[in-house]
Design a protein around this ligand. Structure first.
Ligand code: PHE
Length: 459
């Protein structure tokens, strides 16, 4: 096989992995979950989940990727020595590919909303109209499809340029851009009258709101937000240099991810309070992002004003960048798999993946319009992709990864890798293994069972 590329620098590796982690989840799920689940109390629980669950699994994915220098399916195949564990890698590749199909639809929406914001299309729109604007856009058979194709086209271009001149270079430009925009938006938002209420809503610890389902939610969010369980980090780590410190890189990625998520809250809630809106009614996910927020930004910064245009455009552009770098990482999982396992040229492999995700992505997109009546388990095609991956595939693969890393992977190999053959100290080694063996599988198992209930298979 031709020699594999590596990331050219440690910072490039961190930014690429952070690009995967920082995505839509940071902006449209984390802030709402925090607000509704006891503010700082939720943030503390979330960080604990990252510490006990997220970091050990992230480090293991890094380790498996870097040790084998192979795509995710290849990595587990090599380590499983012909055994059944090789299926974990394939499951990861499938999960990533599957997620990408619907993730791209939302990526396309963020582009359309950047465009609408920049052209001042939200000026003087009555508050109740924003729902219709979104629904008629998402339900239109053409526009979302066009944006989806552009979004996947952009992803495709970065991927075909390769690891160093594509993914790494792009992350080195886009991640600092994302960070700067986040800071600017946060500062603007915090200067609004009413900002203190927003800060309080996010940060006041209210332990009375914490229930067992809060903890499950925090675990699920930590997992999704860190891009665990779908081969992204394993694939990226296969491009790490031998000298890249695994634990330190994982800590950096988690910190960046958490910081951006918290800042997203500071962007959203001050303006929500500023216009006297009830934060519990802004919704979450798509309805928050594409229905509540365009209105909130217009009202907060002056309807149709230049400030509203700038703020809103930067916000949707931020979402677009976050979604794009995550989509790139998902695409790379599948591209690395298909090119390496089937000995295919990278350009050809990437094209096959792009064509497949675009086809399925269009089906997901059309499920808001012409295909709305096609339902599986009570869900349209888009929700089916979203829920099946989030509730079933991700926890399943996370649980299997932790069991594999804790019970199957050779302990000596683990120690060698984590210490970079004795170069770095790893006093946390025993704790890490303990979490992988017991804490993580049990915790993720609980999330899994909980979500299976929500999935209503036996309806
Ligand atoms: N971590 C990304 C987010 O927070 C989502 C994602 C999931 C990205 C899976 C890649 C893979 O939105």
């Amino acid at each position: 096989m031709e020699s594999r590329e590596n990331f050219g620098s440690k910072i490039g590796a961190i930014l690429a992995a952070a690009g995967s982690a920082v995505g839509l989840g940071n902006v449209w799920r984390f802030p709402i979950e925090t607000g509704q689940n006891g503010g700082a109390a939720f943030i503390i629980i979330y960080m604990l989940c990252i510490l006990v669950l997220g970091l050990p699994i992230m480090i293991s994915e890094f380790l498996i990727g870097r040790h084998t220098h192979s795509n995710t399916a290849g990595a587990y195949r090599i380590l499983a020595n012909g055994g059944k564990w090789k299926w974990i890698g394939r499951l990861g590749v499938f999960t990533g590919w599957f997620i990408l199909c619907y993730y791209g639809v939302v990526g396309g929406w963020t582009m359309h909303y950047t465009y609408l914001s920049a052209t001042n299309a939200f000026s003087e729109v009555p508050a109740q109209e924003f729902g219709n604007i979104f629904e008629s856009f998402a339900g239109n058979p053409w526009m979302p499809t066009l944006w989806l194709i552009i979004f996947f086209g952009a992803t495709h271009i970065v991927i075909t340029r390769g690891v160093q001149s594509g993914i790494e270079k792009f992350s080195k430009i886009m991640m600092p851009t994302l960070f700067i925009i986040t800071i600017m938006l946060t500062v603007c938002s915090l200067m609004l009258p009413g900002a203190t209420q927003g800060i309080e809503f996010l940060l006041r610890p209210d332990w009375s709101k914490v229930t067992s389902s809060t903890i499950l939610q925090a675990m699920g969010q930590a997992f999704f937000s860190l891009s665990l369980g779908m081969g992204c980090l394993c694939t990226y780590a296969s491009y790490f240099e031998r000298t890249t410190p695994l634990a330190k890189t994982a800590i950096n990625v988690s910190l960046i991810d958490t910081l951006i998520a918290i800042m997203a809250g500071f962007i959203i809630f001050p303006s929500v309070f500023n216009i006297g809106m009830d934060p519990n009614e802004v919704g979450a996910g798509a309805s928050l992002t594409f229905i509540s927020l365009p209105n909130v930004f217009q009202q907060s910064f002056g309807d149709g004003s230049i400030l509203a245009v700038i703020f809103s455009t930067m916000f949707y552009f931020l979402l677009f960048v976050a979604a794009l770098t995550s989509a790139i990482s998902l695409h790379e999982v599948a591209t690395a798999y298909i090119t390496e396992e089937f000995n295919m040229d990278r350009k050809k492999g990437a094209l096959l993946i792009t064509l497949s995700i675009t086809t399925l992505g269009i089906l997901c997109s059309l499920s808001f319009g012409p295909l709305a009546d096609i339902k599986v388990l009570d869900r349209n095609i888009f929700s089916m992709f979203d829920d099946f991956s989030g509730m079933v595939l991700l926890p399943l693969s996370g649980m299997l990864i932790s069991i594999f890393a804790g019970w199957v992977l050779d302990r000596q190999l683990y120690r060698e890798e984590i210490t970079n053959s004795g170069e770095i100290k790893a006093p946390y080694f025993k704790l890490l293994i303990f979490s992988l063996r017991y804490v993580a599988p049990i915790a993720i198992g609980l999330v899994f069972l909980d979500q299976m209930g929500a999935f209503n298979f036996v309806k």
